[in-house]
Design a protein around this ligand. Structure first.
Ligand code: GTP
Ligand code: MG
Length: 257
C-alpha cells in the first residue's frame, strides 16, 4: 500500500527542509513505499528554493505550485488531485506533527480502517506550547461538533489525519477553501459511514515562522463547513446512502454503517 503525504506549505523557510527530511527518513526506515507531495502557495520567502533543494536531494518528493488565490483548503485540494497513493496523510509543514505518528496512522489503516484520526486530547497524547486562546476555542468548537454529529471523537478540527483514497474520493467535492477544510474532510468521512480509528498523537507549537491561522476570520468559515456537512447528513441522508450502494464493491466492503 503506497502512502502519499500531502503537506501544504506557505512561508516555512525556517523549518520545511528539516520537517521533510525527518519524515522521509522515518518512512524509509520503516520501508514504507511513499511519496511526499508538497504544495507551495506563492511563498514570499525562500521556501520555493528549499523545496527545490529537497526535490534534488531526496527521492519520492513532488512539488506542486498551487494556483492563486492562496488558501490552506485550496492547497490541500491541489495536493489531493496529485496523489498516487492508496493511503493519504495530511501533514503540516511547520514541524507541529510527529513523523512517528504518520507510521502509527499507516499501520492502523493496514488493520482495515478506512480512516485514522489522531487526538491530542486523550490518554497517551503529548501537546506542548498550544496557544491558550486557540486551545479554549478549539475545545469549544470540538464540543459543538461532538454534540451535532453525536460522536465521541474529540479532535475533529486538527488537519493531521489519514484516509484511504476511496474515502477521499467519496467526500468530493470539497468546498472549503481555507482552514475549514480541516473539519469538512473528517466530518464527511464520518457522515458517509467510513470506519475510523482514533489514536493519541503528539503536537508541538511551531519553533520558527509565523502562524497563518487567523481565529477571528476563520470562525465563520468553520461554522459554515460544520453546518454544511451537518445539513447534508440530515437532509440528504437518502442520497448519501444511494451513493454508497453504487460504490465499487472493494470500496464498500470496509464501510461500517
Ligand atoms: N499552501 C499553503 N499552505 C498553507 C497556507 N496556510 C497555511 N499553510 C500551511 O499549513 C500548515 C499549518 O499552518 P499554520 O500556520 O502552522 O497553522 P496552525 O498550525 O493553525 O498555526 P500555529 O499555531 O502557528 O501552528 C503549515 O505547513 C503552513 O505552511 C496557505 O495558504 N497555503
Ligand atoms: Mg501549525
Amino acid at each position: 500500500m503506497k502512502l502519499s503525504v500531502v503537506i501544504p506549505v506557505r512561508n516555512e523557510e525556517g523549518c520545511i527542509g528539516k520537517v521533510v527530511s525527518i519524515l522521509a527518513e522515518e518512512l524509509k526506515s520503516k520501508s514504507i513505499e511513499h511519496e511526499i507531495v508538497l504544495v507551495n502557495d506563492n511563498s514570499t520567502d525562500s521556501t520555493a528554493r528549499e523545496l527545490n533543494e529537497l526535490f534534488c536531494s531526496q527521492r519520492g518528493i513532488k512539488i506542486i505550485d498551487s494556483p492563486a488565490p492562496n488558501g490552506f483548503g485550496r492547497a490541500i485540494k491541489t495536493g489531493l488531485d496529485n496523489v498516487s497513493g492508496d493511503i493519504v496523510v495530511i501533514f503540516m509543514g511547520d514541524g507541529s506533527d510527529d513523523s512517528e505518528d504518520v507510521v502509527k496512522y499507516y499501520n492502523k489503516i493496514l488493520e482495515g480502517y478506512d480512516c485514522v484520526f489522531g487526538s491530542r486530547f486523550i490518554k497517551g497524547s503529548k501537546v506542548t506550547e498550544y496557544p491558550k486562546i486557540k486551545l479554549i476555542l478549539n475545545r469549544l468548537g470540538n464540543k459543538l461538533i461532538q454534540l451535532l454529529f453525536l460522536i465521541k471523537y474529540n479532535d475533529v478540527s486538527n488537519a493531521f489525519k489519514a484516509y484511504r483514497i476511496k474515502a477521499i474520493r467519496a467526500m468530493q467535492p470539497l468546498v472549503s477553501q481555507y482552514f475549514n477544510i480541516t473539519v469538512e474532510m473528517p466530518l464527511k468521512a464520518i457522515a458517509r459511514g467510513f470506519s475510523y480509528a482514533v489514536v493519541p498523537i503528539n503536537w508541538n507549537g511551531r519553533e520558527s515562522g509565523v502562524s497563518k491561522y487567523r481565529i477571528q476570520e476563520l470562525s465563520r468559515k468553520y461554522f459554515f463547513s460544520i453546518l454544511y456537512v451537518w445539513l447534508e447528513k440530515i437532509l440528504l441522508k437518502e442520497e448519501i446512502r444511494k451513493d454508497r450502494v453504487i460504490m465499487p464493491p472493494e470500496d464498500r466492503k470496509n464501510c461500517n454503517a
